[in-house]
Design a protein around this ligand. Sequence first.
Ligand SMILES: *Cc1c(COP(=O)(O)O)cnc(C)c1O
Length: 407
Amino acid sequence: MTADQGVPGRPLLNRRLAEFGTTIFAEMSALAVRTGAINLGQGFPDTDGPEAVREAAVRALRDGRGNQYPPGPGIPELRTAVAAHQRRWYGQLGLDPDPETEVLVTAGATEAITAALLALLEPGDEVIALEPYYDSYAAAIAMAGGTRVPVTLRPSPSEGGAQGEGTFRLDLDELRDAVTDRTRLILLNTPHNPTGTVLSRDELAAIAELCVERGLLAVTDEVYEHLVYEGEHIPIASFPGMRERTVTISSAGKAFSFTGWKVGWVTSTPELVSAVRSAKQFLTYVSAGPFQYAVAEALALPDSYYTQLREDLRAQRDLLSEGLAEAGFGVFRAPGTYFVTTDIRPLGESSGIDFCLALPERCGVVAVPTQVFYDHEAAGAPFVRFAFCKQQDVLADAVRRLKGAPG
Ligand SMILES: *Cc1c(COP(=O)(O)O)cnc(C)c1O
């Protein structure tokens, strides 16, 4: 039974979610399976994270730690480790959360984002988000009764570079103009999926000033905080006046290559953490008991772990970006994340959706049309996202296939 069948006279899927009923991902994944294509669509690594961390999860399971409901805010070991992580990487910027009251463990960043929006929005509140956006944002805003207001990241051809023709940039005037009396919060994501953009210190400072001036909250998705290849990651919570109005969100999935574990966290003031927890407790209450112990150990890995992860991904990014450029794509630089965005117009194509639907048959590769992450669909039509969080030989194979495809 599908959403528009069943009880006569009324669709099963409600109005808030109707537009999210189907996504292109299911279709693309089915295509990938049917054609045996290399899947550079979805952003998950094809290699698991550190063996020691996996073993820590096994040990926790065997020792009976976390097999029953963990504490609502997360196990103390993990809350302490999250607080220590914030202090270790951002302490010099003034971030030093109290593990007792300023940390909340969630079922991945996804639940943290949804819980934050459910907690902080009244129906009709406007939420500004940078478009194209991560696919859960629009649905989460809708579930919370909010209205999304997209501000489009625009491709800028500046800065050339061997691997790319520019990056996607935020227009600060457009952002300022998007704020109204109904704006409640800015939902920020840096490093940004799908464009790979890393917001600069100046851009973050301007966003922070706007939040303070207009009395806005910020919910910030920083799951790629350790995957920055150019520039630097600066939590917006560290800017003047922002600590008390920012909900900072991250997760173990991308930092430790265990996306299936779904261990995420919120750091913020006691008041904001408590608000988010009010919603979170009725979504999952708790999750991932034994994995929480393992992630507590992962967060304490030495700097060399984080450096190696970044350098490995940088090499993967370079391999794929160069290959895509050689195959004739326009390639945007990806200063961060798992993803490189391409422009298919140099190939004589204009619809990313048609292109991606044909690509598996044509050359055995799956990619994602970024148009599906836009409200202003036309703005995203010619762009296609490829994930480079895959082994080098897989990427090399994909590049060979893409080069073989008729342009
Ligand atoms: C992967 C991803 C998430 C989801 O994180 P989980 O911890 O798996 O829920 C959230 N935001 C962005 C931008 C992502 O790329």
